[in-house]
Design a protein around this ligand. Structure first.
Ligand code: ADP
Ligand code: ASP
Ligand code: MG
Length: 472
């Protein structure tokens, strides 16, 4: 059977009208003869509302989580009455209300304990997708398709890292095939919750914010789909975040590696892990706009032709800190870098960019701002002896920095890209704090003061000839 896996983001299921449009897009692929697996996010804003409710519960603000529950109930019931056939409305409304009763009980327990564990938070935030998948399936049934909601806790097996769980690939593949293939063979359309999975013991986990893209790719790859389609609210992957650069243009084709770099450095359109399973299985990913389905969007494959001008896109991440470890005693001493990154890794802190000066007197790296204090404490403990000997003089963090990444496989062997980038920054008086370029030359990234990020992205975008038209 030819299988197509389609993931729909929060805005694509944001209200009854959007859900109806989504259901028609799913139906159109079924009509083409595909076995279609739909993977859906929570309605837009619902995950954030659930997180706020959980956080309010921790500090005993019962009025806040109770009113969140009521608002969520109203919003979901409105969507049901707008897009589900009458015969199905009562049943789905009951299911949604009982999920929201569960929200209330979970929040009350958190409130009594006065503690919100990562595990408890996952149980709460998973409710968004558990509600939306039922409504989308209901809408599809009204259009004459035999749709069934499926909870990904039966499909995606993960470790117990609540909040950003890692899938266990082989078990996930097996469970996904065991549950979904018989449904597809029976002519059904499974509508699966994005974002969530479960441990081997069956405890609900989540894959991290924006993780439904990853869910779509995991399931699509496990099933050997022909393609994985990610439906969102823009015409594919653009040369930059359209909210920052209104002239950003849609990229017809990019490689897995380029997409992964863009996503890793902040292009919200894709969760950074999305490319991994698809690339391993050699399955193309297509990004499309559910509000403009005729636009071809972006095709992500292994063999996308590099762009002529070298640069494919510009992205940025904010809210970071630059950590520096410095000292004359580091010169020529083997193993310092290993100790630095072992200490940071032990804390479970991810590092975005690393640079080392050629005199070996300092190592700088960038971490999420929220992890900076922990990184410093871990380094102070690790290097207590070197500090006492004054081999290391300083371990410090500079806060409120961001990283801009210039991405493109065509940068390799295209001279002058870096010159254009730094000329664009220099001509606007933007100070670059540090620079890193991987040997793959797929990515040139640099650290800036957070306040300069937006102007920097716009300047580099225009100077890298991505604005279209004439190019200086
Ligand atoms: P969904 O809910 O469909 O997953 P997201 O909001 O997570 O959608 O991602 C889509 C959004 O990502 C777009 O609306 C856009 O504002 C933002 N975005 C940031 N960078 C890019 C980029 N390079 N290309 C496309 N969209 C981007
Ligand atoms: N609903 C989840 C979130 O908002 C997952 C997703 O939409 O991809 O993070
Ligand atoms: Mg998303």
């Amino acid at each position: 059977m030819r299988i197509r896996t389609m993931k729909f983001g929060g805005t694509s299921v944001g209200d009854g009208e959007a859900i109806r449009r989504t259901a028609k897009l799913i139906g159109a692929s079924v009509d083409e003869g595909y076995g279609v697996v739909a993977v859906v996010s929570a309605m837009s804003g619902v995950t954030a509302a659930l997180i706020r409710a959980a956080t309010a519960a921790e500090t005993g603000q019962a009025d806040v989580f109770r009113s969140a529950r009521l608002q969520l109930l109203t919003r979901h019931l409105q969507a049901i009455s707008a897009c589900v056939a009458e015969a199905d409305q009562e049943q789905i409304s009951e299911e949604v209300s009982s999920l929201l009763d569960l929200l209330l009980r979970l929040c009350e327990s958190v409130s009594v304990l006065g503690e919100l564990t990562d595990r408890g938070r996952d149980a709460i935030v998973a409710l968004g997708e558990r509600m939306s998948c039922r409504i989308v399936a209901g809408c599809l049934r009204g259009l004459g398709y035999d749709a069934v909601p499926v909870e990904a806790t039966r499909l995606i097996v993960t470790d117990a890292r609540y909040g950003s769980a890692n899938p266990l690939m082989e078990e996930t593949r097996q469970a996904t095939r065991d549950v979904l293939l018989p449904l597809l063979e029976a002519g059904k359309v499974p509508v699966v919750t994005g974002f969530i999975g479960a441990t081997r013991a069956g405890v609900t986990t989540t894959l991290g914010r924006g993780g439904s893209d990853f869910s779509g790719s995991l399931l699509g790859s496990a099933l050997g789909s022909e393609e994985i389609w990610i439906w969102t609210d823009v015409d594919g992957v653009l040369t930059a975040d359209p909210r920052l650069v209104p002239e950003a243009r849609s990229l017809p084709e990019i490689s897995y590696a380029e997409a992964a770099e863009l996503a890793y450095f902040g292009a919200k359109v894709l969760h950074p892990k999305t490319m991994l399973p698809a690339q391993a299985a050699g399955i193309p990913i297509r990004i499309k706009n559910s509000f403009n389905p005729d636009h071809p969007g972006t095709l992500i494959t292994a063999k996308a032709e590099p762009s002529e001008q070298g640069v494919r896109g510009i992205t940025a991440v904010k809210g970071l800190s630059l950590v520096t470890v410095e000292g004359r005693g580091m010169l020529g001493v083997p193993g310092i870098a290993a100790k630095v990154f072992t200490a940071v890794a032990r804390e479970g802190i991810s590092v975005l960019v690393i640079t080392q000066s050629s005199s070996e007197q300092n190592i700088c790296f960038v971490v999420p701002g929220s992890s900076a204090e922990r990184a410093i404490a871990a380094l102070e403990a690790e290097f207590a002896v070197e500090r006492a000997r004054q081999d290391i003089d300083d371990i410090r963090a500079q806060h409120n920095v961001g990283v801009v990444a210039v991405v493109g496989a065509g940068m390799k062997g295209t001279p002058g890209v870096a010159a254009r980038v730094f000329d664009a920054l220099g001509s606007r008086g933007i100070n670059v704090i540090c620079i890193a370029q991987g040997s793959s030359e797929n990515n040139l990234s640099f650290v800036l003061d957070e306040a300069d990020i937006e102007e920097a992205v716009r300047a580099v975008h225009s100077r890298s000839c991505l604005n279209g038209g004439a190019c200086a």
